[in-house]
Design a protein around this ligand. Structure first.
Ligand code: ZN
Length: 312
């Protein structure tokens, strides 16, 4: 099987430890592990913790720099892509595709011109908020403000993301923000790493209504391997991932399901310990009578569709 994973925090981990490289490290994602599992693409998030980072923009620029250095060091195996044609070209050369993403729209520091700056650095997906309020909107974690939507700057960001061809990501966003993205985005959007709230009642997960809307809009949600979004358990079990997949399929159809592991951002034990073990999920889906075509859609084809429909 092939895989496309819409979310990981590997760049964040690499920033802390210069001894490691993207080619080989002791994290959950490196090139060796992705090659073993036949990855087609990995989305690499530049995650910025806005409360511990005084200069959010500069931090993200430093991360982009590290990402580009890693791409250069391993250029025979992996290459940044910014659209569907580049992705297909990497595929034909047997290279893994890397998508560069932002997790925390606060890195724009409220200045719309910074979005173009990141676009020029190769960013093609942005998670509008993390767990703090920012210039764009409110996070799912802020229960008191969860009904609140995007700010006027947030609406401007949506418009500009549509114009440039950057995928809008509603994971971490308030429920009100989700509905504003539905209202204002002209293109399909994604929840890069969110599960089903009806299966695990957590604000970070999507309600059934959200899953239906996301599906109708042609987007996807990436199954997140973090324990707290899967089940009331201390370890992340494959069985629980499959439960979310079955539920989301029932509600929104198989075309809305993708993968957004959150690897290298997970602090508890996961039965699928790293990228090389993704076959465990395929095996579990086969046992649950998912067809080969359905499993391909979940593992990479649905994301390919979104890439084709949203990037220029
Ligand atoms: Zn996240």
């Amino acid at each position: 099987m092939n895989f496309i994973d819409m979310h990981c925090d590997t760049i964040y981990k690499l920033m802390d430890d210069p001894r490691f490289s993207l080619y080989k490290n002791n994290f959950s994602i490196d090139i060796e592990k992705m090659k073993r599992a036949n990855y087609k693409a990995q989305f690499f998030a530049m995650f910025v913790d806005a409360e511990e980072t005084p200069n959010r923009l500069n931090r993200a620029l430093d991360m982009a720099n590290r990402f580009h250095l890693e791409m250069d060091k391993s250029k025979e195996y992996i290459k940044l892509v910014t659209n569907y044609d580049e992705f297909k070209s990497n595929e034909s050369q047997g290279k893994i595709s890397a998508f560069l993403t932002i997790e925390e729209g606060g890195v724009l520091e409220g200045d719309i011109s910074n979005l173009k700056k990141f676009y020029d650095l190769g960013v093609r997906l942005m998670t509008l908020t993390w767990n703090f309020k920012n210039e764009i909107g409110y996070p799912a974690y802020d229960r008191a403000n969860n009904h609140k939507g995007l700010t006027s700057f947030g609406i401007e960001v949506i418009d500009q993301m549509n114009n440039l061809g950057i995928i809008i990501d509603v994971s971490h966003l308030s429920d009100g923000g989700f509905y504003d993205v539905v209202k204002y985005s002209k293109h399909p959007f994604v929840a890069s790493h969110s599960n089903a709230r009806a299966v695990q009642n957590h604000q970070r997960n999507l309600t059934d209504e959200m899953i239906r809307i996301l599906s109708n809009k042609g987007g996807v949600t990436g199954i997140n391997f973090c324990t707290e979004f899967l089940a009331e358990d201390r370890i992340s079990k494959v069985e629980d991932m499959v439960n979310h997949i079955k539920h989301i399929k029932n509600i929104g159809g198989v075309d809305v399901i993708a993968l957004g592991t959150d690897f290298d951002g997970i602090h508890s034990k996961v039965e699928i310990e790293d990228a090389s073990q993704m076959g465990k999920l395929v095996y579990a889906l086969e046992k649950e009578k998912f067809s080969a075509g359905e499993i391909e859609k979940i593992c990479y084809k649905n994301v390919e569709r979104v890439i084709r429909d949203t990037l220029k």
